[in-house]
Design a protein around this ligand. Sequence first.
Ligand code: FES
Length: 286
Amino acid sequence: MSTQLSEDADQESETERTETPGDRRRAAKGGNEPSKVQESTETDGETVRLKVFRYDPEVEGKMEPRFDEFHVPYEKGMTVLDALIYARDHFDTTLTFRHSCRQAICGSDALFINGTQRLGCQTQISDLKGTVRVEPLPHAEVVKDLVVDMEHFYDQMHSVEPYFQTSEKPSDELEEQRQSRENREKIKMSTRCIWCGACMSSCNIAAGDNQYLGPAALNKAFRFAMDDREGEEMHQHRYDILDQEHGVWRCQTQFSCTNVCPKDIPLTEHIQELKRSAVKNNLKFW
Ligand code: FES
């Protein structure tokens, strides 16, 4: 099921296409009454009201997308992920979402929280106002509840060959592949990517062009294209990958990826720098 949110989609004639679960989810976002309320024993002033997207295509009676409400006892320092875990453990064990490290490192709990892509484990409940609305990442197929299919995202990442490949080896076989301090500084921020997919989900261009490499893959391309240890041959190979129709030129500098990146990577700046280098790379002097 697609979570792609398109302004235009709402304007399409209903007679021209059949209603998808994604349409029903958008309709649910418009304010349908939640289907279920789980009350905790705490008073409202001490509880977090979670409104969580639910969908299970494999269970009869749960195939219709809906929102469930959970009232979770609030504790100082509680994150959205903590609240989801509480709701799952105390109210509904079928509530499904990904998480692992709980410290903004693994990137598995990127969610759409109160209308923005964020990591559940990095988002403090105290920083949110009112009801906390939790949905799966937009522009990705929903597998179940808050879990989306990341396959396409990983395919785009792998297409830029996100690993070090040098065509110039050190003369001594025991010698390390050394990098200058300045060069390390240049790529430092790009190495912080945790593959959470928040940037890709926020990108309107990626939403409309399934072949677009996307901000995360381009950031990864930047990390290696700017690494001066790979040598000329690999350098050219890197530019052949990113300087193509669905590559770096698709970016329209909207900064949505930069705004949602949980690791504060200047993704848009990196993409702009790749564009400038691609132009320089293509300059020919006669
Ligand atoms: Fe690993 Fe949030 S659980 S990044």
